[in-house]
Design a binder for this molecule. Structure first.
Ligand SMILES: CCCCCCC/C=C/C(=O)SCCNC(=O)CCNC(=O)[C@H](O)C(C)(C)COP(=O)(O)OP(=O)(O)OC[C@H]1O[C@@H](n2cnc3c(N)ncnc32)[C@H](O)[C@@H]1OP(=O)(O)O
Ligand code: FAD
Length: 645
């Protein structure tokens, strides 16, 4: 099953080898539990491990293999980030996609060798979503052939970029480019921030950490201001866009090609989110198979809480989603890599499809992942609330994905733009022009769903029902938009009046895509034992998801209430059928205890002994009487006692 999850036996076994290798190297392990450390200690500890990784990486992984590096980072550095997180996640991808060959020779090679540390500085105090209104300006000085970076007011301060605050000495900075008074919109520049020897900020740079966050606190998200800070013209990233010495602007082949680093993260984060969801579910499912509380049959001992239907309903649909997301994530990365190659050869035609797909997936997957992790926490009762479970940290890191790389409700609208265009083609009788991701919009629905009308309904009946729902909502929302415009609203006003419905269409389209990705993968599985288990999981998934969106199909009679009953019964049937395999389904992700960092979710199942040992190790228990008691509580109680006398 691990080979299914990790798209092949080769990587699945490499993961095992890497974990086994690390198990023998205690210097790579956390020196104490992360929740017992202050933020400063965590950053120090992470830097220590990062340095070890840099030194010994070649002994453990093939450094050219991104997936092996990812696994090494998960094991050693973990999800709370590290001082070079953005270096790998965005700085290097931005240089790879946007720097010219000459620039790559100068900077990318140094970045890959870790001679310099960089980040991606785009978001500002005043603007994150609306990039066209960023306020940092890069004004071209023709005489000196330099760009002058400037922060004209407080809202123009860069704010949020990861590792900007304390770790990075370079950044790819996004600023509005002004040449001879003309605004050429957001462009990307390579900017030195700190002295390479002393690490002191360079003259003209104001820089620092923005303070603690919900989670992800090993990363020093930072602020950055420029005071008429000069960089050479050749620091504009010029793979696709150019500015000649005389200030002539040479347009890129696609207006949004500078957004490539964001598309990179959106493509990869689907898998990252699946893994975080699977972390939380591994912890909760294992714990639920140890925790005994209450009885189902009063003549029998207390049951494992995993026997309760409610517990299964709380966890198993999310287990199915984690599988669905990892399968969809693998497809997304393949498409991303293909588009990247095609852009290199000048073909930008697939950029819009990739942008639409990743915008929708990013939004739906992060939202459902956060929901699933929170349910996993609650499934662990009181112990879920303890940091010993580590689920609160997993939640904090994962839920950040709802905001970064484009706020979810905003990104759903990006997909909606694509869907509306597609609906326009359908309306104009040009369905043949629809791309493969939206071809279903041009098809005709059956009059009713055939779910439960055939002896064993196949997945095709479910897919058709999801298609019907997504198609109906897309065409209806687009019609709403067009209707407002026909009545005289501008497109922007009409858009704003239709966005709740448009975003619903985007979600339904994306959920359909996820179901289809799951079906595609299950159809490929050859091993009959794996196929059976994955088919059960897929059946659980389609029934659970359909029940969740059934209102759309009930309102036009595509589904009947008796079919809804059937879907519910199927759901309950598959909850029970999956129960014996539940622990194996989460264990198949093969997370080591080191990677999981959860006392509650350890593989040995010795939950109570482990919790007690953890509590005893808590820094507060180093002494019986805390200074706070000596200083305040004792005098408080003493004076209360005295006043009673
Ligand atoms: C485990 C933890 C890891 C933690 C790592 C965390 C790292 C986090 C990093 C960050 O958050 S970096 C900052 C990320 N910021 C954003 O994502 C900002 C979101 N905003 C945008 O992306 C854009 O502003 C926007 C919402 C896409 C709008 O851009 P713009 O105003 O320029 O465009 P529109 O007028 O709306 O659309 C025009 C047109 O362009 C198409 N388009 C937009 N983006 C792309 C793209 N990337 N590729 C291809 N096409 C794109 C868009 O669809 C429109 O097309 P048409 O509909 O006109 O055909
Ligand atoms: C953990 C984390 C890491 C980050 N790392 C980086 C980084 O490395 N580099 C970097 O540059 N940035 C980074 N960011 C910033 C991040 O990309 C932005 O916060 C994000 O893009 C959202 O933008 P915003 O903060 O401006 O939200 P806003 O746009 O202010 O969102 C506020 C509300 O307004 C709504 N809204 C905004 N515009 C519209 C619209 N057009 N239509 C309808 N509703 C709208 C949103 O839906 C939301 O409900 C990070 C953020 C976080 C949380």
């Amino acid at each position: 099953m691990a080979a299914q999850i990790y798209s092949g036996e080769k990587y699945a076994s490499r993961r095992r080898e890497i974990s086994a290798n690390l198990a023998k190297r205690p210097e790579f392990h956390d020196s104490k539990p992360l929740p017992f450390m202050t933020r400063e200690e965590k950053i120090l500890e992470s830097s220590r491990k990062l340095t070890l990784i840099s030194k010994h990486m070649n002994e453990i992984i093939d450094p050219s293999d991104k997936r092996e590096l990812y696994h090494l980072n998960c094991e050693v550095l973990g999800i709370e980030g590290n001082p070079m997180a953005l270096h790998g996640d965005m700085f290097i991808p931005a240089l790879t996609a946007q720097a010219s060959d000459e620039q790559q020779e100068k900077w990318l090679s140094r970045a890959l060798r870790r001679e310099i540390i960089g980040t991606y500085a785009q978001t500002e105090l005043g603007h994150g979503t609306n990039l066209r209104k960023l306020e940092t300006i890069a004004t071209y000085d023709v005489d000196t052939q330099e760009f002058v970076l400037h922060t004209p007011q407080i809202t123009a301060l860069k704010w949020w970029p990861g590792n900007l605050g304390k770790s990075s000495n370079y950044a790819v900075v996004v600023a509005l480019m002004i040449i001879k008074g003309k605004n050429y919109g957001p462009q990307t520049f390579m900017v030195p921030l700190r002295d390479e020897k002393t690490h002191q900020p360079l003259k003209g740079i104001t820089i620092g950490d923005i303070g603690p966050k919900l989670a992800y606190n090993i990363v020093d998200n930072g602020f950055l201001g420029f005071d008429h800070y000069r960089i050479p013209r050749t620091n504009l990233l010029m793979r696709h866009t150019r500015v000649e010495p005389d200030g002539t602007f040479v347009k890129p082949p696609h207006a949004k090609i500078n957004y490539s680093a964001m598309v990179h993260v959106r493509s990869y984060m689907i898998t990252g989110q699946a893994i975080m969801l699977a972390y939380a579910l591994t912890i909760a499912t294992r714990y639920s198979s140890v925790r005994r509380q209450g009885q189902i049959d009063t003549t029998q001992p207390e049951v494992k809480v995993l026997e309760y239907q409610t517990q299964q309903h709380r966890l198993f649909p999310s287990i199915a989603r984690a599988y669905a997301f990892v399968f969809a994530g693998a497809e997304t990365v393949r498409l991303y890599e293909r588009v990247l190659q095609e852009v290199e050869t000048g073909n930008v035609s697939l950029m819009a499809d990739l942008h639409a797909l990743t915008s929708g997936l990013k939004s739906v997957v992060t939202h459902q992942t956060a929901q699933g992790i929170e349910q996993a926490r609650m499934a662990c009762g009181g112990h879920g609330y303890s940091q010993a479970s580590y689920i609160s940290e997993i939640f904090g890191v994962a839920v950040g994905g709802c905001t970064y790389e484009g706020e979810n409700l905003v990104m759903l609208q990006q997909l909606a733009r694509y869907l509306v265009k597609s609906a326009g083609l359908v309306q104009a009788g040009q369905s043949s022009k629809l791309g493969p991701l939206v071809a279903y919009l041009g098809a005709k629905s059956d009059s009713t769903s055939l779910i439960d009308r055939t002896p064993t309904p196949g997945f095709a009946e479910y897919v058709k029902t999801f298609q019907h729902i997504a198609r109906k909502q897309t065409l209806k929302a687009a019609q709403k938009l067009f209707g407002f415009m026909e009545k005289g609203d501008t497109r922007e006003v009409a858009w704003n009046k239709s966005t709740v419905e448009l975003n619903r269409a985007s979600r339904l389209h994306t959920r359909l895509y996820i179901v289809e990705a799951f079906v595609r993968r299950v159809e490929e599985v050859a091993d009959p034992r794996l196929k059976e288990v994955l088919t059960d999981l897929l059946r659980l998934h389609v029934n659970y998801e359909l029940l969740d969106v059934a209102a759309y199909a009930l309102e036009d009679g595509f589904l009947s209430s008796s079919q809804l009953d059937y879907i519910r019964e199927q759901l309950y049937f598959y909850l029970a059928k999956i129960r014996p395999n539940a622990v194996s389904l989460v264990d198949s992700w093969e997370f080591s205890d080191r990677e999981l960092r959860s006392v509650l979710g350890r593989r040995d199942g010795n939950v109570y002994e482990n919790l007690f040992a953890w509590a005893k190790a808590s820094p507060l228990n180093k002494t019986d009487v805390l200074p706070s008691v000596d200083k305040y509580l004792k005098p408080l109680m003493e004076s209360a006692r005295a006043s009673k006398l």
